[in-house]
Design a protein around this ligand. Structure first.
Ligand code: AFD
Ligand code: MN
Ligand code: MN
Length: 423
């Protein structure tokens, strides 16, 4: 029996209760069908590196049955997408994912209903046989030949992405410094800009380059693209095909991310997101597990800003998860993350914009909060579930994943290397 048929069989048991919940929440909304339609279109790109246990520098504890190659990573995203019908694309990390025969890889992905999203370059590690080291950075390096090597790697990643149908290069640079005086900040920025301009010149006409920022880690005194201002400065200097990528875990505690998002949207320079959640820093935790209200506030600014600019919610910017799992089953964690994103999006769609604008004009802070939190406190899960059902997905993806024994099957097929590696 096909996976989709097994999923439908499982759904039968919960359908009547679901319908009751859906009728209840829909009765209180002006356009439930409009929200369900937007939810069906809304897809989240799954990072190839999140299908296995990530680990930290203190150790990695594999849960077993993890993918051993790109084909198996694609199959895992295919299983996720069959369950939630919302993970319709995969984002590769090169050279961790080397797509040997691009045609075969594209066909394999298409058989699961998947396409390829942004491709990620990697100049934060030295690869076997690499001529020059990135120990002191890559695109910002004081040695032009190191910069050149990193530029060529990024151009190669673009070429690989072209073969797969990707349309964006996502660049995160770990370049920075650990000690005061180690770097000339101006030269580091100028070197980075000059390197990115060479990469930008190699972009196909219909591509974008997404410039990610991060305040610290692995460098702990400065990061050359450390905040949204530095990323936006580079994106503006590069040109219309460059934009800023917002990774939720890349902000110092208590940063107002929703304000950053609103202004990047205003400038037409919001490339998209790496969704995750964090308590202290780049903890790469499950989306919405720590601060679901912040996620809602971000989506509220997104819906407002995209509607002002008449942008298509599903396709105008990149929606992608970037998280690393240490104790959860990677597929279960990703299912939870996608669910949290769609819940926040649905809640943001409920905000009464006309009333909010009127309350803002009257400086009625109490009324503004009431309007926002009325949307946030609406249980939209039946709407999210209905959107999944209409796309032949699972009523409850995590429960379906467990009841179908998918992980056990993967362990049988791939083995369970539960090797805990230390420092
Ligand atoms: C790490 C970095 C950054 C990057 C990701 C994939 O912090 O978020 O986008 O790896 O390269 O999480
Ligand atoms: Mn990221
Ligand atoms: Mn990160």
């Amino acid at each position: 029996m096909k996976l989709t048929e097994k999923i439908q069989d499982l759904n039968d048991a919960g359908i009547s209760q679901h319908r009751r919940k859906l009728d209840f929440v829909a009765a209180g909304l002006s356009d439930p069908e409009g929200i369900i339609s937007k939810l069906r279109k809304f897809q989240v790109a799954i990072p190839s590196w999140a299908l296995g246990t990530g680990g930290t520098r203190f150790g990695r504890f594999s849960g077993g049955g993890e993918p051993r190659n790109l084909e198996e990573k694609i199959a895992d995203v295919g299983v996720l997408h069959a369950l939630n019908r919302s993970g319709g694309s995969i984002s590769l990390h090169i050279p961790w994912d080397i797509p040997g025969n691009a045609e075969e890889i594209r066909a394999h992905a298409a058989s699961w209903g998947l396409r390829f999203d942004a491709v990620n370059s990697n100049t934060f590690q030295d690869q076997a046989g690499q001529a020059l080291s990135y120990k002191f950075g890559s695109l910002h390096h004081v040695d032009k030949s190191v910069r050149e090597q990193a530029v060529q790697h990024n151009i190669e990643v673009i070429r690989q992405g072209e073969r797969l149908g990707s349309k964006a290069l996502s660049v995160w640079l770990s370049d920075g410094s650990n000690f005061p005086g180690q770097l000339n900040f101006r030269s580091a920025f100028e070197n980075t800009l000059e390197s990115l301009q060479q990469i930008y010149a190699a972009l196909p006409a219909d591509w974008q380059v997404w410039v990610e920022y991060k305040p610290f880690e692995p460098n702990f005194y400065s990061t050359t693209i450390g905040d949204w201002g530095q990323s936006l400065l580079l994106a503006n200097k590069l040109g219309p095909k460059a934009a800023t990528l917002v990774d939720l875990g890349h902000h110092l505690p208590n940063t107002n991310i929703e304000q950053i998002v609103s202004l990047l949207l205003m400038e037409g320079k919001l490339a998209g997101f790496h969704f995750n959640d964090s308590k202290y820093g780049d903890d790469d935790l499950t989306v919405g597990c720590i601060n679901p209200y912040q996620l809602f506030l971000i989506f509220s600014e997104l819906v407002e800003g995209m509607d002002v600019r008449k942008m298509d919610h599903a396709s105008a910017i990149g929606w992608m998860i970037d998280a690393s799992h240490n104790v959860k089953d990677p597929i279960e964690d990703l299912l939870q993350s996608v669910e949290a994103i769609k819940i926040a999006y649905a809640q943001a769609l409920l905000v009464n914009r006309t009333e909010l604008q009127a309350a803002q004009q009257e400086n009625d802070a109490v009324r503004c909060q009431e309007i926002l939190q009325d949307a946030y406190r609406t249980d939209v899960r039946p709407l999210v579930a209905e959107a999944r059902l209409r796309e032949e997905g699972a009523l409850d993806p995590v429960q379906a994943f467990r009841k179908l024994g998918i992980r056990q099957e993967l362990i049988r097929d791939r083995g369970s290397d539960t090797v805990a590696t230390g420092l």
